[in-house]
Write a protein that binds this ligand. Structure first.
Ligand code: GLN
Ligand code: ZN
Length: 759
């Protein structure tokens, strides 16, 4: 029998069953037994799906009620102090994830360069660790009862500690390293009783980020011990998303059994083959892309495996997915509305299982059955049609991208800002918002009814216009300087644009877990991108027609659109970004020609696309900045370009932000005071900046005095001529009852500060 290996499988359920089971449980609509039954049913289904697809190495403990990093905290007894007095284990678990009225939830952040969020472990000086293997043991037994002998997935100690944070000041969480490793040993010992032979996959994705000498020595210390804990427990260390060459050098000299490497997103792993071959360890070879949605080129996969086999003995190579399939949707079978040709080019989790099975069989020299032969055929056809299909390749787009050489605006910032101040005449400390206003249930119903065809275009338009009217009237009434239309027509800041751009497709059921019970359905960019028709001009000019104040147009930037989509893999990401940039540029031009004088191009996800390895960062920055600049290059000098970014760590990227050359940037600062602004001052940042003066993630209405103090703090760092005043981010998740007084207070605070400014 050929060998093959799946790093991990999604758990939310093909129809998001786990999401609904969790949310019913949280809201009290169902009890724990019901939740547990749904979860058990999903696990069983997922195991059998893999088994029936011919998968040999199937995981347990890749399931989670919320997140596997959180599960790792439980496995090690790493429960932050504020949750320890919650006796009920289930309640404690969900409170760690979600908080309650007395306790803030643990922080959540993005898992490497994916859109999955993990719970950030917290470490304090007096932590102790104790193994808890209840979840693992019960899942293992469940799998056995279903006829599967699974491998057991764990997240490794180095990744766990590195991705965690120290909560005590000046405390080095790595001082817990030996205690944590000891706890892992106890876990391995406890689970060794489960069977005569057990495989444990320990994920150490942190190893792909370019570990330093200290990390590598910890790695050696950990796996010298974990690889040897119990003779019949074989340990596989799994890495993914990039190459792990440095770590392979170290792991090769530890007693582990095998290493999983990602050859799709870390082609440099080819350089590690000789070391693996010498070590005699198994190589779990990630050759089926686990995080993108395209049908595999099975001939290319075969060639890659054969190339690997030139260095590593064939018997040691096990074809695998490049990472957990958690990052792709379940199955194409639910996609009845997708265009048939596009659908042929795709492969979601279930389809990837079949591909992996075929790749492994071919590699082992086994005969393919009819279904497998036809899968080969479909793979070849997809390769062929993707190279030629006019749906994908648009010569006009390619020519335009090639022809646009300069990405500079016509005049430098110093000249532009003079014309802008003259034309726009905004006061000192101009006030504005980030774009969206509350998304009310009525608004969601309106959009849904229109999408379903339950109401006609006229009623839909009337509904949206009524919202815009209210939004403008409110902003005028409190005296904001630069107004917005409120984004009522947008369900999502990427989806809205994707739906109107050529080269994008949308699945109906392509859900991917984002965090906890939340899922997203990223657009699929399959072909050359262009903008057939204006996308925002109608709503924006309508809003402008309702007021004599300036209305700011709102667009999503090319890098953000790219980073929140599944992107075609037959073209470099840089080229796709350049195409989206031109499409957004067309919109910028139409907006300015329609009389819109300020245009904001949001780059909320600019930082998320950063490569995992330092050596690749400057190439990314170059093309990402270039894409942003291309998208606004057509703006006339007096058209003011804003951008917005949703985070607050700028020290590393300040020069990149400068290079974007936006006239105004709004950023998130409310929760970090003015400390982060200092970097803008230090580097002599010239352009205008809107540091958020209140946190929009909380329902709290900040009082006037608080914002007055915040503005004064900002003025200590940056000159008044350079500052805009706005909230941290868009207001769509808030309620009108919160937004109205908060913004009114913000404007009032600015009035007070202005009155005391010496002009
Ligand atoms: N303009 C968008 C909004 O206000 C920006 C959202 C974001 O930065 N995430 O919702
Ligand atoms: Zn934001």
């Amino acid at each position: 029998m050929s060998k093959n290996y799946v790093i991990g499988y999604p758990r939310i359920g093909e129809n998001r069953e786990l999401k609904f089971a969790l949310e019913n449980y949280w809201s009290g609509k169902s009890d724990l037994a019901t939740l547990e039954a749904s979860a058990a049913e999903l696990r069983r289904r997922h195991w059998l799906e893999q088994h029936d697809a011919g998968i040999a190495a199937i995981s347990c403990n890749d399931f989670s009620y919320y997140d596997t990093m959180l599960d790792t905290c439980i496995m090690l007894g790493a429960v932050p102090a504020r949750f320890r007095n919650i006796k009920d284990e289930t309640l404690r678990y969900f409170t760690m994830a979600r908080g309650d009225s007395q306790r803030t939830a643990m922080q959540m952040t993005k898992w490497f360069n994916t859109n999955y969020h993990y719970i950030v472990p917290e470490f304090a000086v007096d932590d102790t660790f104790a193994p808890n293997t209840a979840k693992i043991i019960s899942e293992y037994r469940e799998a056995k009862a279903a006829g599967i002998t699974p491998k057991i997935n764990l997240i490794g100690p180095l990744t766990f500690l590195t991705l965690g944070k120290s909560v005590d000041r000046n405390f080095d969480r790595f001082s817990h390293f030996d205690a944590v490793v000891k706890c892992y040993e106890a876990v391995l010992t406890a689970i060794s009783t489960l069977d005569e032979q057990i495989t444990v996959q320990i994920d150490e994705p942190i190893l792909v980020t370019g570990p330093d000498a200290k990390a590598l020595s910890l790695l050696k210390r950990a796996y010298d011990r974990l690889g040897n804990t119990v003779p019949h427990v074989e340990v596989i260390v799994a890495t993914y998303f990039e190459h792990a060459c440095e770590a392979v050098e170290v792991l090769a000299h530890t007693p582990i059994s095998g290493i999983a490497l990602d050859f799709v997103h870390g082609p440099r792993n080819m350089d590690a083959l000789a070391t693996i071959a010498q070590s005699g360890k198994k190589l779990i070879a990630g050759v089926i892309d686990g995080r993108n949605v395209w049908r595999s080129d099975l001939d290319a996969v075969g060639d890659r495996l054969e190339t690997i086999a030139q260095t590593v003995p064939k018997a040691l190579i096990i074809p695998a997915t490049s990472c957990s399939l958690l990052h792709v949707p379940y199955s194409l079978s639910a996609e009845t509305k997708l265009d048939a040709e596009i659908k042929q080019w795709l492969s979601f989790a279930k389809e990837k299982l079949a591909e992996l099975n075929v790749a492994a069989k071919r590699f082992a020299g086994e005969t393919l059955n009819d279904a497998e032969l036809s899968l080969m055929q479909l793979s070849r056809e997809a390769v062929h049609t993707r190279q030629r299909s006019p749906r994908i390749h648009d010569a006009a787009v390619q020519q335009r991208v090639a022809a646009q050489t300069g990405t500079e605006r016509a005049e430098p910032y110093e000249t532009r800002i003079k014309s802008q101040r003259e034309a726009l005449r905004y006061p000192l400390l101009p006030t504005t918002t980030i774009g969206s206003f509350p998304q009310t249930p009525e608004l969601r119903t309106l959009r849904r009814d229109f999408k379903r065809g339950d109401i006609d275009a006229q009623s839909y338009e009337a509904g949206i216009k009524a919202y815009i009217d209210d939004c403008i009237a409110f902003q005028e009434s409190i005296g904001l300087d630069v107004l917005v239309h409120g984004e009522p027509e947008r369900n999502d800041m990427v989806e809205y644009f994707g739906e109107q751009l050529a080269g994008f497709a949308f699945s109906t059921n392509g859900w991917v877990q984002s965090y906890g019970s939340r899922c997203v359905k990223p657009p699929l960019i399959y072909g050359d991108v262009s903008r057939p028709l204006p996308m925002t001009v109608g709503w924006t000019t309508y809003a402008q027609s309702r007021t004599s104040k300036i209305v700011k147009g709102m667009l999503t930037g090319p890098v953000t659109i790219l980073n929140w989509s599944f992107v075609r893999d037959d073209l470099p990401r840089a080229d796709v970004a350049a195409q989206i940039a031109l499409a957004i540029g067309d919109e910028v031009d139409d907006l300015q020609n329609a009389g819109i004088r300020i245009i904001q191009v949001d780059e909320a996800a600019f930082k998320e696309g950063y490569p995992l390895r330092r050596e690749n960062i400057s190439a990314y920055e170059t093309w990402a900045v270039d894409a942003f600049r291309r998208s606004v290059a057509c703006a006339r000098s007096e058209t003011q370009i804003h951008t917005h970014m949703c985070y607050s760590q700028f020290n590393d990227i300040i020069h990149t932000i400068e290079a974007m050359d936006a006239d105004v940037i709004s950023i998130e600062t409310a929760r970090s005071g003015n400390a982060l602004l200092r970097i803008f001052k230090e580097v002599g940042y010239k352009q205008e900046v809107g540091p958020g003066v209140y946190d929009i993630h909380s329902p709290r209405v900040p009082p006037v005095e608080e914002m007055v103090a915040q503005i004064h703090a900002l003025l200590e760092v940056l000159p008044k001529e350079q500052l805009w005043i706005n909230p941290d981010c868009g207001l769509k998740t808030r309620k009108w009852e919160e937004v109205k007084p908060s913004l009114a207070n913000m404007v009032e605070a600015v009035r007070e500060v202005r009155a005391h400014l010496t002009l």
